[in-house]
Each structure stands twice: as structure tokens, then as C-alpha cells.
Design a binder for this molecule. Sequence first.
Ligand code: CUA
Length: 315
Amino acid sequence: MNSKFPLFPEAASSFAHHVDTLYFFLIALSVFFSVLIFGLVLFFAFRYKRKPNAEDPKPMLGDLRLELTWSIIPLLITMVIFVWGGLLYYHQLTPPANAQEIFGIGKQWMWKFYHPEGRNEINELHVPVGRPTKVILTSEDVLHDLFIPAFRTKMDVLPGRYTQIWFTPTKTGTYHLFCAEYCGTKHADMKGTVTVMSPLEYQGWLNGELGQDRMDKTGKELFKQFACQTCHQDQSLSRGPSLTGVYDSMVLLNNGKTVKADADYLRESILKPKAKIVQGYDAIMPTYKGQISEEQLIQIIEYIKSLKEPQKEVN
Ligand code: CUA
């Protein structure tokens, strides 16, 4: 609709048009009421202007119908905005279960992206067209914000935790990627490109860089290097809970609560092992804070994610 109008970025994701429609609805609504109010102000100014020798008009003490009208109509309009905006916001925050995952790390002043297949890139992001894609984000230093205008989505990128952004690109091409949170002197340089490719081209691109190990493979080596497997085994009686199938499952804690073992939970458990203790286990795990980089964390998480089948049957 607006691709020829350079004020607006191209619409290249599944929800871009929904965002635009809501945006234009809000503009139309604002224009309608601005014109109506200014028009009425002018109209009444002339219609009821004081005539020579006229008596003062009688004061008006209230009109229930009028008051109900100007209360109920704005209420309905704002409820439409609230429900429409809320549904769209919720949709943007909830990646579909089949979304492919990519990791992104922001730092002063660059974006680094990690594909599970092993390919990494800086200030560039390659994604396939038509596939829901989720980017799990964190920062190595300060607050950043990943903004892809053509996809009509952005998300804060915070040190110390993961956030996520998702989209389904609908058009191949190259689009801008920005940092949308002031993060220091070179904030304005913290930008890059998103390249949307056909699935076949994307596959070719993933295989294009030789000698890179899959993230879960690098993660497995780190898992051994940090000696995680000495406690996290599949046997019962192991000192730490088995990690097989744990990713995205519900975990029962010793305080009776359950939490979803998503990337954020795994990250916290590695850096602050005492924050959440799995039921039936002791708080004996040492922290790896300061010993492990953001990059190594996502590699280990990728490895844990890959543990789907038990290595050894228990019982
Ligand atoms: Cu990073 Cu602004």
C-alpha cells in the first residue's frame, strides 16, 4: 500500500500490514476528531457570537443524555484501540512453536548473530523467507534495542537476560536493522542489514562457510570443558538433574513451583545456580559467572536443547 511512499519502510513481514492498518486507523481517528473539534469550535464561534444588544444566554446546568454520549462513545473507541492493539502486541510477543531459533548478541557497537548450524555474522542477519524465525537476544554490556522497520518489530536487548523477537519474512530482499536504544557514542553506527533469502539460497548460505561447527557441537565440547557432565547425568542418583528433554519442558522446583526451562531459565541456572533448585536436588552447583561468555552460554544452551533422547534408559 505504501511501498512507493518513501516515508514508510517496506512491509516485509507477516504482521507488517497489521501494524500499518492499526497505525493508519489511529491517524484517521486523530484526524477525524481534530477536524471535527476545530470545525465545531469555528462553527459555534460564528453561530453563537454575541450580537449587539443581545441578552446573556441562560446558563446550561447539565444534560444527562449529552454526558452519557460523550462518555460512552470515547469509551467504545478507546476499547477498540485497546483490544486491537493488545491482540497485535500479544501476537508480536508470542513466537509460534515451530519458529526456527537464531541467537543475537548486542555490544557497543555491533550486532552479532549466531545460527545453530554454526554460521556467525556481524551486523548482518540472513533469514529464509516464509519461515517463522525467533531471535533470542542478549547484550554483553548496556541496553540496546533491535529494530527491523521493514518487519515492524523491535525489542529491547538487555544485559543479564534473554529477550526475543520473532517475525515471518514475506519478501526476499535487503532491509535495514537498527539499534533503537541510545547506547553510547556510536549508537548511530550500530546498524546493519537483514537479508531475506529463498529457503534454498539460505541453505546454501548456511553451508557457505566451511570449518564452522554446529552450535550444539561446540556446546557439547564446552559442556565437557566445564565438566558439566560429572553431575548432569541421565542416571538416577546423579548429583544434578538430567538435562535430557529439559529444554522448554516444565520443571518442578523445591519450593513447589514449576517453571518453564526456556533459554532464560538455563542461562540463570548456569550463572546463578542457587536461584531455582530442581526438586529432589541440593544446591551444590557452583556458579559459572565470569567464567563463561555470552557466546559460550548460547552454545551450551543449544547443546542442552539438542538433548532429546535419553542417553541411557533409567528404571
Ligand atoms: Cu546499541 Cu544503541
